[in-house]
Design a protein around this ligand. Structure first.
Ligand code: HEM
Length: 421
């Protein structure tokens, strides 16, 4: 450990994360080529700065990301999955099985897994389609032909589907989305508006726990056909889940389910604006091409930028010695531009046949539970957009969310020719 040199290519600076994805990619390209596993100083803009923090390993190549993801015995999640060493209480409260290791991870993941299988998702296809239609109904005929896309469209479909699956009543939906947003916006000065990042996160987590407790109490009295009812009745090792455990499930799924798909669709409208040839190709046979295209939407947007693991023993990665207890951070956006895996990775190519992107993680036990649902929502939304407001386009640069976790957009103005009513 001692004598280890920090990389001269510093990606811990807050300014690095304030830039655009294209700017960051220049640095990642350099690292992929010259220093695929690099030792970095402690991250700036930590939620909970830790004087004991020595630094972390940055993993930027596709193959190494896959290796870390699929070796969960060597690279564990149970000590946290963010840069920060969050307190065990906060981890308990917010991350549920995302920050657990097997067997507990599997026991808890299994409780909700059934709701997310491809078969179950296919069964709600019509519901997603209908919800997407209604989301687009709300603005497509607006004579102004203008919209702030994040609030007016992108956030709507994930919130509706998440709420329907969990059974979140209408009057609690906006509050749920706002609290989920607070949890991932700790490094964004505008969002914080002078508040302490840790305070914002704790308050948001408490709000989501309160909402979960209210709904669970109701479902114990009045069971329904939703995930909250399932969790209220579930047992692990003969034990009912506690309200705190159900609350943590809710926090994890509210954050994972709402934000990521919202940012993917917003960034995709920008990418389609910048690449009209790709939009035309897609619109040329939407039904046939949308499935392939959605994989490229995700690869190109890479909305989840990082997840961390911790080494459980001394090991080696990309020729570098990793010590037990070291933090190891994967950069999915960088893996998704790796020329070892992708032909012309910098090109937005919706017809890309071979597209083993790591947007949903590098495989292994924590691979995104919601990947089928996310893709179903994206297909449904872009079917609607590209048939009803096919010239929808961004009219200004996006206002980006300043964080080192989510490649997100706060606001994105768009324009379109209003649909004839
Ligand atoms: C485009 C949209 C999405 C992207 C890019 C995305 C990305 C990811 C990534 C990178 C991981 C971590 C994988 C790992 O560490 O190996 C993950 C995990 C997870 N995602 Fe997603 N996700 C998306 C949508 C969703 C949706 C819609 C849901 C649920 C409603 C969801 C639920 C989860 C859950 C529960 C986990 C934790 C899995 C575990 O630890 O076992 N995600 N996601």
């Amino acid at each position: 450990m001692t004598g280890r040199q920090y990389s001269t290519t510093d990606i811990s600076a807050a300014t690095f994360w304030e830039g655009t994805a294209e700017e960051r990619e220049r640095t990642f390209a350099y690292l992929r080529e010259h220093e695929p596993v690099s030792w970095q100083r402690p991250i700036e803009n930590a939620v909970a700065p830790d004087p004991e923090d020595r630094g972390w390993w940055a993993v930027v190549r596709h193959a190494d990301i896959s290796e870390v993801s699929t070796s969960s015995d060597v690279f564990c999640s149970g000590q946290g999955v963010m840069f920060d060493q969050l307190t065990p209480e906060f981890l308990e409260m917010t991350q549920s099985f995302l920050a657990m290791d097997n067997p507990r991870h599997n026991d808890l993941r299994k409780l909700v897994q059934a709701a997310f299988t491809p078969k179950r998702i296919r069964r709600i296809d019509d519901q997603v389609e209908q919800a997407a239609r209604e989301v687009v109904d709300a603005f497509a005929g607006d004579p102004s032909g203008e919209l702030e896309f994040v609030e007016g469209c992108a956030s709507r479909l994930p919130l509706r589907m998440f709420s329907a699956m969990f059974g979140v009543p209408e009057h609690l939906q906006e509050q749920t989305a706002a609290a989920a947003q607070d949890i991932v916006s700790w490094a964004d000065p505008e969002h914080l508006a002078g508040r302490e990042p840790a305070q914002v996160q704790v308050e948001a987590a408490q709000t989501l726990h309160r909402i979960a407790a209210e709904i669970v109490a109701d479902r114990r009295e009045h069971p329904g056909d939703d995930l909250f009812t399932g969790l209220a009745q579930a047992e692990v090792d003969g034990q009912r889940l506690t309200d705190a455990e159900i609350g943590a499930f809710f926090v994890l799924l509210a954050v994972a389910g709402n934000d990521t798909t919202k940012h993917t669709s917003t960034l995709t409208v920008k990418h389609l604006t910048e690449h009209p040839d790709q939009r035309d190709w897609l619109a040329g046979d939407l039904e046939e091409r949308i499935g392939t295209a959605v994989e490229e939407f995700i690869r190109y947007a890479s909305p989840v930028m990082t997840f961390r693991r911790t080494a459980t023993r001394d090991t080696e990665l990309g020729g570098r010695p990793i010590a037990e207890g070291d933090k190891v951070v994967m950069f999915y956006a960088s893996g998704n531009r790796d020329a070892e895996v992708f032909d012309r990775p910098e090109v937005f190519d919706l017809s890309r046949e071979k597209n083993p992107h790591v947007g949903f993680g590098g495989g292994g036990t924590h691979y995104c539970l919601g990947n089928q649902l996310a893709k179903t929502m994206l297909r449904a939304l872009f079917r609607q957009l590209l048939t009803r407001v096919p010239d929808i386009r961004v009219t200004a640069d996006p206002e980006l969310l300043g964080t080192n976790f989510i490649h997100g957009v706060k606001r994105q103005p768009v324009a379109f020719t209003p649909e004839a009513r």
